[in-house]
Design a protein around this ligand. Structure first.
Ligand code: AP5
Length: 212
């Protein structure tokens, strides 16, 4: 199956991506993680992406499409995939539709919807692992050992773009550029809307149910 996780910043896409991918037995990637990995390795692409990410703006479509298409076309993704954070604009959605072709299109677009005040609360308390990018929250999902990732013992840090002023811009960009994709996918019949306000466990159950 080919599945997209769509939703605003802080909706819980990264938190749920592993569960959805495990359920389907497919690989997963997040476009934001691919950019952050490039930044950690100090590649030209990573430095370019940082200049947009720090402001809460989207990285230009041509760069993003090239990066994600190269991931999708790798043989590991032949059995299907879960993509988190891509597409985020109409040109990205059209590029993905074109790359998958008429017979290999998306099976599900899982749209995780959460009210804005809760998104702000989640992002303000988030820490992620510098090594494997697993997200935690200081109140709702704390790690077992403070400052350390449960999965790989990596160091936890707060993302620069989770600062309050950048979060407000990310939300604005989401509503302007990405939310219109809900209509795009609703009309093609693959969209399932999920209430993302419950506990991590409850939202995960709804997502798994929506795969049926
Ligand atoms: P990206 O990394 O994709 O960020 P995002 O979409 O803004 O999503 P987040 O990672 O902030 O949120 P999430 O939904 O994954 O929430 P999470 O699970 O962590 O993008 C960053 C930047 O990269 C962009 O601004 C842009 O510059 C660039 N970029 C990326 N993709 C691009 C693209 N396609 N085109 C152009 N530019 C692109 O959860 C959030 C917090 O809530 C955590 O603390 C978590 O523990 C907690 N939480 C999760 N679920 C629950 C729950 N049910 N109850 C309580 N707390 C919860």
């Amino acid at each position: 199956m080919k599945v997209i996780l769509l939703g605003p910043p802080g909706a819980g896409k990264g938190t749920q991506a592993a569960r959805v991918a495990d359920e389907l037995g497919v690989t997963r990637a997040a476009s934001g993680d691919l950019f952050r990995e490039n930044l950690r390795n100090e590649t030209e692409l990573g430095l370019l992406a940082k200049s947009y990410m720090d402001k809460g703006a989207l990285v230009p479509d041509d760069v993003t499409i090239r990066l994600v298409m190269s991931w999708i076309s790798a043989p590991e993704q032949d059995g299907g995939f879960v993509l988190d954070g891509f597409p985020r604009t109409l040109p990205q959605a059209e590029a993905l539709d074109g790359a998958l072709g008429p017979d290999g299109g998306l099976d599900r677009v899982l749209y995780v919807n959460v009210p804005e005040d809760e998104l702000v609360r989640r992002l303000a308390g988030r820490f992620i692992c510098r090594n494997c990018q697993t997200p935690y929250h200081q109140i709702t999902s704390p790690p077992k050992t403070e400052g350390k990732c449960d999965e790989c013992d990596g160091e936890l840090y707060q993302r620069d773009d989770d600062k309050a002023e950048v979060v407000m811009n990310r939300l604005k960009v989401y509503f302007d550029e990405t939310e219109p994709l809900v209509g795009h996918y609703r009309s093609s019949g693959v969209l399932r809307e999920i209430d993302g306000e419950g506990t991590v466990e409850a939202v995960g159950d709804l997502l798994v149910e929506a795969l049926q």
